[in-house]
Design a protein around this ligand. Sequence first.
Ligand code: FES
Ligand code: FE
Length: 416
Amino acid sequence: MVPLSPAIRSLIDSRKPGHSLPGGLYTRDDVFAADMEIFFRRNWIAIGLECDVPEPGDAHVVELGKSSLILLRDDDNTVRVVHNVCRHRGARLLDKGTHIISKLVCPYHQWTYELSGELMHAPHMGAGFDRSCHSLRPVAHVNVGGLIYACLSDDPPQDVARLVETMTPRLAPYDIANAKIAHQCDIVERGNWKLTIENNRECYHCLGNHPELCLSFIDLDFGYDPATLAPEDRARADAHEARFASVTAQWEEAGYPSAAVLPQADGDTNFRTQRLMMNGAGESQSPDTRAACKRLLGTIGSTGLGDVHLWGHNTWNHFMGDHAVIATVIPLGPDETLVRTKWLVHKDAVEGVDYDVDHLTSVWTATTMQDAGLVERSHAGVGDPAYLPGPYSTFAETELESFATWYLNQLRKHGG
Ligand code: FES
Ligand code: FE
């Protein structure tokens, strides 16, 4: 069990259902330590993409708290994840970032590992030394249609199977495994990781903050109180609901899974997915809502397949016909969170011919910067002694209640 102090337990017990979390759960160092252990070591987390390592010998280092993981593709084209810890005296094998390697050679005493993780050479260790006992330690991982999820626990939650089963057919036509990363952007938000995730779980804030994103998002999807709608808006909402149900049925009939799959409050692996319509031309989250890349992803033959959303507790994703946007969230401290965003296009799409990077990335670059400002603003407020947890909208913030319930269930499950 993860030790939880009486102070943390009291914060957990004091949480009022339907309200934001007590401030200490966002700001305290000991809560952050418990979060890292429970949510970023014992649970499955998104760490990267198969297309981060497109060729044999490609390696990509992902840092996560005190751990450092190497995502790599070996000579047999197998994607692997190993701990970035030498089996001699523990030195880091690779520095941060991306590398092209033929072997993993420790810079300290040159122990040399195959890309499979097997130790092949360890100078001057004597005749009795058994190399086979000193392979690099593998990290449990699953490939979810080209998205790589890892778990640092010795006993990873089994219910990741539901994520794999749900998303593999949904993502297959997009061929994310073979996509190309057209652009990547890292930003550090000055706030707790849960504020980053909560901010992403609602679009209550979108109309007031995301003019670029709102061109392609349909405002009625943000959640609304039907009792307060004017008659004309009520008619528009009814028409939208009917059209959305009909379009979803058409997508499903055409072989594109689209219906909502919701998180399970008592499950370990928290995810939600749904294919949604987009506004305007309905093709893409671009400045004109039209495809921002001429070459469509995978075997997608149409820009009329909406936007497959996938949310997890450290990731959000949008899969559109022309491109995909993948965000992963890695906490750096109680008040600092790395948000890594990647824009994917078809592997054969040519920059300057099929797409323009600025045009492709402008909506989510603006949105991410706007969200970073909101998260910083929230973090400052929840750390103020005057902060009192406030009520969620039961129309626009239902996913926040779902996330908070799951978060507290996990703390109770793993906390001793
Ligand atoms: Fe790696 Fe010695 S610590 S070879
Ligand atoms: Fe936002």
